[in-house]
Design a protein around this ligand. Structure first.
Ligand code: PMP
Length: 377
């Protein structure tokens, strides 16, 4: 066997020994598994209005976008979605990408054009970390949710910095102190970049997200990014902010310019999902009630679990193998839960990650909670 394949085998063997092998498990359409693993927080991925809009666009435009946004890939659905998202988020302008990952790469890289330092929360998502790397800027990683640490870095830095954080963190589900962070960034003339992936559709009176809920919508020094794949049930990413920033992304954002546009059917489906989400106060109420109940039930069984800020929470496991076994036992009993291990966890610990889906029937949700406790290590 070639040397490099042997090297890969050795690395795979080391990962297996450390309990870090990952499995792809295709799900069957319409299976009866109760979903506490996905991010379809409002249950919109199969909402009839969403499916109807996507189907119409599929018939009208065909399957793919056929080109990048600047070539042939932009349709009326893309620009309608951008207008709709900008209006919802209270931003000057918005730009749609084919994933949240690509949106984050573009945003943090663009900060490199106007900033000379990037300050990044230690628990930030991989896409933000990769964005920091390609920004070409020096990166200061600060302890998780620690505005004083951010203030200290900015106070010691004479130039302009970009501070990058999530709003609701993707594994533990806790909320960044956005108002405090903005006070600090605005006092130092810094940019605040917030990934609202796990709050869009959930926080704020009409689901406009964590940034808007913190009173920061439309601020010229705040850039919002989000995926369209979670509460909106579709796929794609969005960046919302001042028109000048969006213009810069259109002209220079490599993951925008050189990427095939998201499929029109998906874009049209997401546009319908935004309309449903804005009026989905009832679904949000179900989500928050279930999240609090799930956390309280786990705490009652002795697990140190915080109330989720939105729809995601995590439960510590004694190690990677028990975490994998816990998730597998749940799956065998018809309940899908997330299992996070290093290197996907920022602090090197292993845990189950549970998400609340407001679309799951009440009795299934109750059964899922029982199964999780019965399978606990
Ligand atoms: N940011 C956060 C916080 C996420 O959780 C995710 C999804 N895993 C992304 C960005 C990437 O979004 P997408 O899946 O649309 O690429």
């Amino acid at each position: 066997m070639a040397d490099w394949l042997e090297a890969l085998d050795r690395l795979a063997h080391d990962r297996a020994k450390a309990g870090l092998t990952r499995q792809l498990r295709p799900r069957a359409a319409g299976d009866s598994v109760v979903d506490l693993a996905g991010n379809d927080y409002l249950g919109l991925s199969d909402h009839p209005r969403v499916i109807g809009a996507a189907r119409q666009a599929l018939e009208a435009y065909g399957l793919g976008a056929t080109g990048s946004r600047l070539v042939r890939g932009s349709t009326g659905a893309h620009t309608d979605l951008e207008d709709s998202l900008a209006g919802w988020l209270g931003a000057d302008a918005a730009l749609v990408f084919s994933s949240g990952y690509l949106a984050n790469l573009a945003v943090v890289r663009a900060a490199g054009a106007v900033c000379d330092l990037v300050v990044s929360d230690a628990y930030n998502h991989a896409s933000l970390i990769d964005g920091c790397k390609i920004s070409g800027l020096p990166v200061r990683v600060v302890p998780h949710n620690d505005p004083a640490a951010v203030a200290a870095v900015l106070a010691a830095h004479p130039g302009r910095a970009a501070v990058v954080t999530e709003s609701v963190f993707s594994v533990d589900g806790d909320l960044a102190p956005l108002a405090a962070l903005h006070e600090i960034t605005s006092a130092h003339g810094a940019l605040l970049i917030v990934d609202d992936a796990h709050a869009l559709g959930l926080l704020g009176p009409s689901g406009e997200g964590g940034v808007a809920a913190a009173g920061l919508a439309g601020r010229p020094d705040v850039i919002v990014t989000a995926t369209l794949s979670k509460a909106l049930g579709g796929a794609g990413g969005v960046v919302a902010g001042p028109g000048q920033f969006i213009r810069h992304l259109v002209d220079t954002g490599r993951s925008f310019i050189y990427d095939t546009a998201p499929p029109p059917a998906v874009v049209a489906g997401v546009l319908a999902a935004v309309e449903v989400a804005r009026a989905a106060g009832d679904r949000r109420a179900v989500l928050f009630r279930r999240g609090a109940l799930l956390a309280a039930t786990l705490r009652g069984a002795g697990f140190p679990t915080r109330d989720p800020a939105a729809g995601v929470l995590s439960v510590p496991a004694p190690g990677p193998e028990p975490a994998v076994a816990w998730a597998a036992d749940c799956r065998d009993r018809g309940v899908a839960v997330g299992c996070f291990r290093p290197p996907s966890t920022p602090d090197g610990s292993s845990r189950l990650r549970l998400t609340v889906n407001a679309g799951v029937p009440e009795q299934d949700f109750a059964r899922a909670m029982t199964v999780i406790l019965e399978c606990a290590p």
